[in-house]
Design a protein. Structure first.
Lengths: 225, 301
């Protein structure tokens, strides 16, 4: 589903974020990208959704080399991916329902589809009774659930999550992980960047460890270390 | 498709309300600049009316009485043509009654009283003379000679009527064109800035839109529509201003004493309508282009 071949990403002239990284992620996998801050986890996620392009190497998504993708095709690549962020990136002037519906609206889905899919995904994340709240009226965990609902409402093949539990207390973080796990079990490939030892050790999923941009460990059912 | 169109209009309207002050500034500037563009066109048309009888290097007009017999006209023509060294015979033109009447309709647009007195039967015909010489004294002496001919009602010389108007016309044209181009540039810059501010205010939203797979055009269209509307509203306001200005001018000119020549500066209504349509188009285009550039420039999020 996702393949990186000798990918190197340099910011500016000499700040190497990722150096010669290669790995394969199969369809339906759940993978943690771990490592300290600045190790290149977020850069890898940004390379996967074409927010960034590598200086060297190739990024393959669902059999396509996305570096060769024309700019006009990038939106269609992203429609097959969901993105979850540490800071949720919710729109504060829109309700929970509208935030989730927004993801469908901007890719031109008709209203009847929106009316059908949004309540279903809100039920999945356990927020069906809070659909008319504004993000400010929700707890951090609930806001992250809205963000996951928005990422998943289009039933993407891949879900990229960048420190989704980073702003949450341990109990709430566990709830979010259960949600991501159930999404993964429905067939969606999940790639999650995290430096939360507890979460990674609890889940026992594949772990790809980075250190200063270099891949130092790729382990099935791994722990943080 | 319908949901996309509805989305674009909804977002345009919301952004309009959010940036009311900036929007008003952009609209007012574009209205003023477009009004100036429109006024330039009207002033030019007015001067063209004044100068229409002097088109094509004509330096002298010999007016022939309307009751002149064909042989009398031929006699005058013969006299004019008798000096091929001084007169450009190829450019010598005779305007019969019908042609003279058509010309008078342009010149006297703003003087309907005088125009109503003229008929194709009573109007003097004209010889338009282009001299080969630059010697003003020689041309003047020729004019004196023609004035003495039978059935010649009068001779007008360009240097008397034309030079001042021509110079004034050139000056006014340059000043108004420069001012309107500068103001139009300011209007585009203001629209650009409004859109940039609108996009900055919504950068988070745009980032989310891009990440969930919205195309650049989907994001850009509401902003371009917003700029287009700003230009268009400015255009509508400028049309109103131009209409009022032209009406005031036409009414004012009607109060002048007949025969002062000022009436030629009045522009026909059909021309004013044409200029208004042009202002709307320029306004809409300037708005769409300004905002389109801004939207493209700030889409890299």
């Amino acid at each position: 589903m996702i393949r990186l071949d000798n990918v190197t990403k340099v910011y500016g002239t000499d700040s190497v974020a990722v150096r010669d990284v290669s790995f394969d992620i199969a369809k339906g996998d759940f993978v943690f990208l771990v490592g300290p801050s600045g190790s290149g986890k977020s850069t890898l996620l940004r390379l996967m959704n074409r927010q960034e392009r590598p200086e060297r190497g190739d990024v393959w998504i669902a059999g396509r080399n996305i570096n060769e993708l024309g700019d006009s095709r990038v939106p269609y690549l992203r429609r097959g991916m969901g993105n979850v962020f540490q800071d949720y990136k919710l729109l504060s002037n829109k309700t929970v329902f509208e935030n989730v519906a927004f993801a469908l609206e901007v890719i031109g889905k008709p209203r009847h589809v929106i009316r059908q899919q949004v309540p279903a995904v809100l039920e999945l994340v356990g927020l069906e009774d809070k659909h008319d709240r504004l993000p400010d009226q929700l707890s951090g965990g609930e806001q992250q659930r809205v963000s996951i609902a928005r990422a998943f409402v289009n039933r993407p093949l891949i879900l990229l999550a960048d420190e989704p539990t980073g702003n949450l207390d341990p109990a709430t973080g566990e709830g979010i992980m259960q949600l991501l796990d159930s999404i993964n079990r429905s067939g969606t490939t999940v790639v999650m960047a995290s430096h939360d030892h507890r979460i990674v050790n609890m889940m026992r999923k594949r772990v790809i460890q980075l250190d200063r941009g270099v891949l130092v460990r790729d382990q099935e059912r791994g722990v943080y270390e | 498709m319908w949901s996309r169109i509805a989305y674009a209009f909804r977002e345009t309207w919301a952004s309009f309300r959010r940036n009311l002050t900036l929007t008003a500034a952009a609209v007012v500037t574009s209205a003023i600049s477009l009004l100036l563009v429109g006024t330039t066109f009207l002033i030019q048309r007015g001067f063209d009316n004044l100068l229409v009888r002097w088109k094509g290097d004509v330096q002298m007009i010999v007016f022939v009485a309307s009751d002149a017999a064909p042989e009398q006209i031929a006699y005058i023509e013969g006299i004019i043509k008798s000096q091929p060294a001084v007169i450009d015979l190829d450019k010598l033109k005779y305007l019969d009654k019908a042609a003279s009447f058509e010309e008078a309709k342009v010149i006297f647009t703003g003087d309907p009283t005088l125009l109503s007195l003229l008929t194709p039967e009573t109007i003097p015909t004209q010889f338009k003379v282009v001299p080969l010489t630059a010697d003003a004294a020689l041309v003047r002496s020729l004019a004196e000679q023609y004035r003495g001919l039978p059935k010649v009602e009068g001779v007008s010389l360009a240097e008397d009527e034309f030079q001042i108007i021509s110079t004034l016309s050139g000056f006014v044209r340059t000043v108004t064109i420069v001012m309107s181009v500068v103001l139009l540039g300011v209007a585009v810059a203001l629209i650009w800035n409004t859109i940039r501010t609108a996009m900055f205010a919504r950068r988070r939203e745009i980032e989310v839109m891009k990440l969930v797979g919205a195309t650049n055009w989907f994001i850009r269209v509401p902003f371009m529509l917003e700029g287009l509307l700003q230009g268009l509203i400015g255009g509508v306001a400028s049309c109103g201003g131009l209409w009022a200005l032209n009406r005031a001018w036409t009414t004012g000119v009607a109060g002048f004493k007949p025969g002062t020549g000022i009436s030629a500066l009045v522009v026909p209504g059909s021309y004013v309508n044409g200029v208004m349509v042009m202002l709307l188009v320029i306004g809409a285009l300037a708005g769409a282009i300004g905002s389109g550039i801004a939207a493209s420039r700030f889409l890299d999020v």
